[in-house]
Design a binder for this molecule. Structure first.
Ligand code: BES
Ligand code: MN
Ligand code: ZN
Length: 498
């Protein structure tokens, strides 16, 4: 999809669809008012009749409106101008895209940058519009033998400028929004790819391709032998039952000065999670193709960062393995030694995410990172606690937690902070090793985070449990969401801006 800036007269525009808005008090956005005037008060008449009240989420498509040249006018509810804010702006763009997808319009003139989004500026509105247009029209078609019938026809979106001065902000917003959307799309593609194709080796290949596509990026892939030398007994134990070799993938974006401390992202890349010998029930096991969504979001964020050429150093690390039962798989009760030297009793082989992450988290110490954020579909308990609206956030540093929280609000890819109190640590006690890999039925997302905290004492660290946010479930509705790429990218952009 192509985005252009335009300073058009909406009355004269020959666009296939002009998108304008109406507030819930019946007043019109500036472009809507121009169309209303040219059409002899037609838009106001439609509102009076009650076809649209101006509530957010509402929209009507009007065809062949008299007095204008465009084929269609989409009138969208803008809600109340006084209570307008970022999240509401995002919600109304969702309604626009849902409607647009049903139209045979190849191009659209979007006049929504002129509406208020509270204290969010023009650049923000542009970025979010572009992200929403690209994200909202995403489809995973790579695995289909026959192309889908309801193909998207929209290919060009013109963004109507309020005045000449706005050109720079909007152009920049388009660039940034498109870069973030590219990262989100990459994360969705990886997430949606089934596990017979998306193996640890596939993740490594895709990461190596990233280094080919961007000069700022270099990729290094550690194989099992190299990990063994580093003492990653915990990570390696997870993939031991699988025919697919485990990989530790290191993607570096060098956009800052050589000596500048990097921000590090670490992703859980379990390409399929059967549970291992502690086998999961069959019912929704197919959803475990998404157990590499944390890794996919790290990959997507790295792609967005490279695309934007962010002037900073960022390193993405992916801990990739497949969790299978076999005669080589870990048994409940096995004890492994992590790279940190701490030993772990594997009481449940289904708590494998923390086992791969802990070694990756020890590995990244060598980068002397400014901050480390790990992302993982780590626990079902997280879904119980927060559902699909917020990712759980844990942090050993309040300022870092505040930065991530702010990026989440700004990007509307939100987190909710959870406690990492010492009190929970005793749940990880083991009869024979330094710790167990499970903490019992209570506070499952918290004890998983407490486990990771034992490996992250040397740097500022946050953990995001995205089990509820990274994908939607359901046999025919399942899909990766691309979260939290937008959050991670926003966090990094904020740091680059200083
Ligand atoms: N990948 C799962 C967590 C998960 C569950 C993600 C549902 C998305 C949706 C993880 O590896 C797992 O199995 N966790 C166990 C931990 C338990 C054994 C302590 C869980 O949540 O049941
Ligand atoms: Mn598991
Ligand atoms: Zn898992």
């Amino acid at each position: 999809m192509q985005f252009l800036t335009k300073k058009a007269n909406p009355v004269k525009s020959r666009s296939h669809c002009i998108i304008v808005g109406a507030y819930d008090d019946g007043s019109l956005s500036p472009s809507a008012a121009l169309i209303d005037e040219a059409s002899n008060g037609y838009l106001k008449k439609v509102i009076k009749r009650g076809d649209i009240e101006g509530k957010i989420g509402q929209s009507v498509v009007l065809h062949d409106v008299a007095g204008i040249n465009a084929q269609r006018v989409m009138l969208v509810g803008l809600g109340n101008a006084e209570t307008a804010d970022g999240p509401k702006f995002i919600k109304l763009t969702e309604a626009v895209i849902a409607q647009l997808k049903r139209l045979p319009a190849k191009n659209a003139l979007c006049c929504l940058l002129e509406v208020t989004a509270g204290n969010q500026d023009l650049g923000w509105k542009t970025r979010r519009l572009v992200e929403q247009f690209i994200g909202g029209t995403y489809r995973f078609v790579e695995m289909r033998g026959t192309p889908p019938e309801d193909k998207l026809v929209l290919d060009t979106v013109e963004l109507q400028l309020g005045d000449k001065d706005s050109q720079k902000d909007v152009t920049r917003g388009i660039k940034e929004g498109a870069a973030v959307a590219l990262g989100v799309t990459a994360a969705k593609d990886l997430g949606n790819m089934p596990s017979n194709i998306c193996t640890p080796t596939y993740l490594a290949q895709q990461s190596q391709k990233l280094a080919k596509d961007y000069t700022s990026v270099t990729t290094q892939v550690l194989d099992e032998k190299q990990m063994e030398k580093l003492g990653m007994g915990s990570l390696l134990s997870v993939g031991h039952g699988s025919a697919e070799p485990s990989k530790l993938i290191v993607i570096q974006h060098k956009g800052g000065k050589a000596k500048e401390a990097p921000h590090v992202l670490v992703g859980k890349g379990i390409t399929f999670d059967t549970g291992g010998i502690s086998l999961k029930p069959a019912g929704t096991m197919y959803e475990m193709i998404y157990d590499m969504c944390g890794a996919a979001s790290v990959f997507g964020a790295m792609k967005a960062v490279a695309e934007m050429k962010l002037p900073m150093n960022v390193i993405g690390v992916i801990a990739a393995a497949e969790n299978m039962p076999s005669d080589r798989a870990s048994r409940p009760g096995d004890i492994v030694k992590s790279m940190s030297g701490q030993t772990i009793e594997i009481l449940n082989t289904d708590a494998e995410g923390r086992l791969v992450l802990c070694d990756a988290l020890t590995y990244v110490e060598k980068f002397k990172p400014a901050t480390v954020i790990d992302v993982a579909t780590l626990t079902g308990a997280c879904v119980v606690a927060l559902g699909k609206h917020a990712s759980a956030m844990y942090a050993n540093d309040d300022a870092l937690a505040a930065d991530i929280d702010a990026a989440g609000i700004d990007s509307h890819d939100r987190v909710w902070r959870m406690p990492l109190w010492e009190d929970y640590q005793q749940q990880l006690a083991s009869s024979s090793a330094d710790m167990a890999n499970i903490g019992g039925p209570a506070a499952g997302s918290i004890t998983a985070a407490c486990f990771l905290a034992r490996f992250t004492k040397k740097y500022r660290w946050a953990h995001l449990d995205v089990a509820g946010t990274a994908f939607n479930g359901g046999m025919s509705t399942k899909a990766a969401t691309g979260r939290p790429v937008t959050l991670l990218t926003q966090y990094l952009m904020d740091r680059a801006a200083g």
